[in-house]
Design a protein around this ligand. Sequence first.
Ligand code: BG6
Length: 471
Amino acid sequence: MSESVFPDGFLWGGATAANQYEGAYNEDGKGLSVQDVTPNGGMGEITDGPTEDNLKLVGIDFYHRYKEDVALFAEMGFKVFRTSIAWSRIFPNGDDAEPNEAGLQFYDDLFDELHKYGIEPLVTLSHYETPLNLTKTYNGWTNRKLIGFFEKYAETVFTRYKDKVKYWLTFNEVNSVLHAPFMSGGIGTPPEELSKQDLYQAVHHELVASASVTKIAHEINPDFKVGCMVLAMPTYPITPDPDDVMAAHLAENQNYLFSDIHARGEYPAYINRFFKENGVEIQFAEGDKEILKENTVDFISFSYYMSIAESAHPEKYEASEGNIMGGIKNPHLEASEWGWQVDPVGLRLVLDQFYDRYQKPLFIVENGLGAKDVLVDGPNGEKTVEDDYRIKYMNDHLVQVGEAVKDGVDVMGYTSWGCIDLVSASTAQMSKRYGFIYVDRNDDGTGTLDRYKKKSFNWYKEVIETNGGNL
Ligand code: BG6
């Protein structure tokens, strides 16, 4: 075993989102969210109401089984557990006058259960689960009124969990709204009809809302640590042709826009040309500039699954599948069963580049391999999954995190995605599994919902025990 390079107090854990695992979609006063009407994945067909084929309605029934699951997380030694609060459990319509007490109580109970084992919650305020009424009545984040609704929701949960939650994230993969306006921004206009003006105005509203709730958070509890959350996907030029390098650079700017504003508090100069050439004129309300400038984030968090390539002539190349945004296939990389290109070195690159750019602490809050698992009889008669492929994926990525630490990057922690199997965001499948814990549920909705430890369960336990010394 090598010596650990990870700092003391490194926050090891796992990540989830309410809409992908809680289930109980209409219990205890919860209102509908955009997820309850997208049975084929958040970017797929939108139904009039909840339909039986929507696996997210039941999820993995975490809402009723959280005690059993938290005990398993504790057995692995989790220091932190990332989840989201389902906004529509707290404000069922998003614009209600009063919060729903039963929803608030559920998260009180969950956070208490985590603290029982010394696990720190890391809470996303908005993870692809905008209350559906905010889409239907206001067209989601295109409408400035959403800022006020979000502030009220955030203030409610900050106050309620003042002594139970220290780490907060505002919008999950905030940059994904450019690619998935309904799932990410609750915007009902079909993407092909949505103007760039409306889209980037919605972005502006989210950025102002994020800064504004960061302010509220710090007023309620100065010890709160608030981070932004971006979808990180390094974009490599497909060749060293300077035109390809420039194409990759410009594509990356579309992602940097979000972390730049969150970390620096102002729109970067490079975006002005893009706005001008695309007829976008952001409407700033009085005070927006100051809110952004005075309330930058305490840390930058991000998801990392894959990298992509870009070219000045993308039509010449094969497209790559990808996490929400696509790109060109990189011939040097292998891909997962869902076509996501596996690139551990890209994670070190993201960490190094973010840290060079912002000098703020970084938190990897999603990473992992979506794969089809087969349940088999284990050595002790217990059912298990021999998921060596997952162990390899995570081991390789964590080695690169270690390299970044050696490069001098301040990394706060690592929460692997879907630490317990849950419903996929892009495909709404159960069979795209990420967990250390197998959940017996199938794509057709059958299954006992029983939980089984995979081989990776014990591997990750050892990673945490040795603070990464076994990698
Ligand atoms: C991220 C999301 O994009 O990737 C998660 O924040 C999502 O919600 C994860 O589940 C993995 O994607 P998928 O589509 O495989 O579930």
